[in-house]
Design a protein around this ligand. Sequence first.
Ligand SMILES: NC(=O)c1ccc[n+]([C@@H]2O[C@H](COP(=O)([O-])OP(=O)(O)OC[C@H]3O[C@@H](n4cnc5c(N)ncnc54)[C@H](O)[C@@H]3O)[C@@H](O)[C@H]2O)c1
Length: 446
Amino acid sequence: MNISIVGTGYVGLVSGTCFSEMGNHVWCIDVDKTKIENLKSGKIPIYEPGLEEMVLRNSKEGRLEFTTDYAQAVPSSDICFIAVGTPPGEDGSADTRYVLAAAESIAKNMSGYTIVVDKSTVPVGTSEKVRAVIKKVLDARTDAQGIEFDVVSNPEFLKEGVAVNDFMRPDRVVIGCDNARSEAMMKQLYEQFTLNEHPIICTDIKSAEITKYAANAMLATRISFMNEIAKLCDKVGGDVRAVRQGIGTDSRIGMSFLHASCGYGGSCFPKDVKELISVGKRNGIEMRIATAVEDVNNEQKHILPERIIQKYGQDLKEKTFALWGLAFKPETDDMREAPAITVVTELTKRGAKIKAYDPQAYEMAKHYLADISSDAISYEPDMWTALNGADALILVTEWKQFRSPDFAKIKALLKEPVIFDGRNQYDPKAMKAEGIELHCIGRGLV
Ligand SMILES: NC(=O)c1ccc[n+]([C@@H]2O[C@H](COP(=O)([O-])OP(=O)(O)OC[C@H]3O[C@@H](n4cnc5c(N)ncnc54)[C@H](O)[C@@H]3O)[C@@H](O)[C@H]2O)c1
């Protein structure tokens, strides 16, 4: 099939590349000229394991092309995916202006029957708006008589860090359609990805749109729930990891997304929970669970600064902290809503200096932490230089290389052997044996 993907970000680039991997011809379109020029010369704008080699191979073989020009891509496309950003607006509702702009540009360039797919995470009812925009443009075009189109919702469930694998082997594909023609073409496109018998679920369009928000809000709920249980453990005694084991082995519950931590971040959970609250409000429904999930998480992002202030006091002018991990999770460079932003902001506000190390996220971090002066934060060449002369180590992102470090070396480099572990990576008993003061989440203080 001939495919266009509009928006060449985390979702667009991965989806486009994976579709081309299956033999389809794919145009990736973006309004960001630098991004497209870089991609044309083989420079990948994001860090995502396995993506670079797949992009280079499919580009070389002519199945994957990049452009800023819709006219180059859309006329020959059977299916146009919209995968642009839907950031939260002032009131928390998802901003669909980029989606509608993309729909307009697609409509201006359609030359025959085209399926326009919302892959962006969009509020329920957006497909109707996309349909109206396309119809308006086609009606105004003198050369568009008889051009037919369908709008489909196909939410994306990939996880950054394992996005290529998730796309190539999805748990399920959800397709919201309102007619057999578009449903058949979408099924044909996705059949190659579901040979392992994971289902293609065809629904009405609104159910597909709601499914994406329900999925992310459910996962965020599990995290906030465990963070609340961790709070209880810290207060009354108990180990949240033992509790996780105790409940996660119940087949009705399962182990995933039950880790207590310094909060969830990223481009999806925070904004999708916000939109769910907002869509409820717009429709006279108070989304009480989603609201609580958001409140708990906003508090949780402050847990590390609070623990640090508890130990050292409000004035941190004389303190330097090593910070391991900036990205919102391992195996990505994405810093959107990362807990590290709260940690760095709160500590530097009180005069602390941060020596940060992250294997991938410096470019993004410099953007998201642009307000923090270079006197207050340094981006270190490796995890060990970050420790050199610091008062304590703060672990924010659980990159694999931080999981089992040389604790003797940590002790030798830090002024005092103190670790604030925001991801419960280190075993309290082992730390006690090492003589390290460990502050973790929901496991008591060692
Ligand atoms: N990142 C994830 O893990 C993930 C997972 C599932 C779903 N989603 C959803 O997918 C959507 C995209 O997310 P992302 O993280 O890939 O965003 P992103 O910000 O990484 O990429 C969006 C891209 O769209 C481009 N763009 C904006 N307007 C455009 C236009 N009119 N024409 C062409 N290009 C345009 C931007 O320049 C940017 O490169 C969002 O709705 C998000 O919620 C994201």
